[in-house]
Design a protein. Structure first.
Length: 88
């Protein structure tokens, strides 16, 4: 069965985020003076074939730990949904 996985990768709290800091400094010039704590991350979408959603999530979790995220400075979340309806 195919599953769509959505991975969100962000910096861990306390890790410097220069890109987020740059955006946060630039927003007031555009009139957005009420924005704080800007953090920039990355979003990864992929399709995985697995016997069930639990197995798909486990595969994607392993991919994140081994390649997609740096566990020393980044956190990640994984969301998995069926890509096609299950056969009757």
């Amino acid at each position: 069965m195919k599953f769509h996985a959505q991975v969100e990768v962000t910096h861990l709290p306390g890790v410097l985020d220069p890109q987020g800091a740059t955006v946060e400094r630039a927003l007031p010039a555009l009139g957005y003076t009420n924005v704080h704590d800007v953090r920039i991350g990355k979003s990864i979408r992929l399709t995985v074939e697995a016997p069930d959603a639990v197995a798909a999530a486990a595969q994607v979790d392993e991919m994140c730990r081994r390649l997609l995220a740096n566990p020393v400075i980044e956190a990640f979340t994984v969301e998995v949904v069926a890509a096609e309806p299950a056969a009757p």
